[in-house]
Design a protein around this ligand. Structure first.
Ligand code: ZN
Length: 234
């Protein structure tokens, strides 16, 4: 199976992508991880993108596209994969289309994890994490509150909200997400690849719904069937 996962921050996209990779034997392609690795290795690209990321700026399409192209042209070329965070823009999707067409690896589906903005805000802005770095447990004041407000159940240290989790930051990220993602989804909708899956559900239910949505129409063999695994039969 070859899947692209699209979803806003807080949609659980990363969790689902890793789960799909693990259970179906797909290669997990996360550009966030790949960029962090490039920075850690001190490669030329790593040095170029490190400052951008530190300032909270987006990495240019060309850098991300080149990173992906290298992966697919290298010895570790993935055949079955799930992507998390790529392509992020329409320009990235067009480059990815060309790369996959050259390699004869068409996508099976683009899974669009849908979630209302207000739910994302509750999930992220509601987070309160333990300030004791040796503990670090995070709670959510709406979904999983600590027994005593502002105090860690486990170690008794004060809880705090991270800067990245502030409501205004979350709303700004959501705005940016919608701005670029509308065009990205439109691009894939024209190819008939988009499957909308609600991200407001139990994590295992979402997983099952993704598998169901990604399944090719009857009579068509999946372009890249998972080896040694069979998706949940129905
Ligand atoms: Zn704690």
């Amino acid at each position: 199976m070859r899947l692209v996962l699209v979803g806003p921050p807080g949609s659980g996209k990363g969790t689902q992508a890793r789960r799909l990779a693990e259970r179906l034997g797909l290669t997990y392609i996360g550009t966030g991880d790949m960029l962090r690795e490039a920075i850690a290795q001190g490669s030329e690209r790593g040095r170029r993108v490190a400052d951008l990321i530190k300032q909270g700026l987006l990495v240019p399409d060309a850098e991300v596209n080149a990173l992906i192209a290298e992966l697919f042209q290298g010895p570790q070329r993935p055949r079955c994969f799930v992507t998390d965070g790529y392509p992020r823009t329409r320009a990235q999707a067009e480059a990815f289309d060309q790369l996959l067409a050259r390699l004869g690896l068409p996508l099976d589906a683009v899974i669009n994890l849908t979630i209302p903005d207000e739910e994302v805000v509750r999930r992220i802005a509601g987070r309160r994490c333990c300030t004791n770095s040796a503990c670090g447990i995070c709670y959510n004041i709406y979904f999983q509150p600590p027994r005593q407000p502002g105090v860690c159940d486990k170690c008794g240290s004060p809880l705090a909200q991270r800067d990245d989790d502030r409501e205004e930051t979350v709303r700004r990220r959501l705005q940016e997400f919608h701005k670029t993602t509308d065009a990205l989804l439109e691009h894939y909708r024209q190819q008939g690849l988009v499957r909308d899956v609600s991200a407001v559900d139990h994590v295992e239910t979402i997983y099952a719904n993704i598998l169901q949505a990604a399944r090719p129409p009857d009579g068509h063999q999946a372009a890249c069937p998972p080896d040694g695994h069979s998706p949940q039969a129905s």
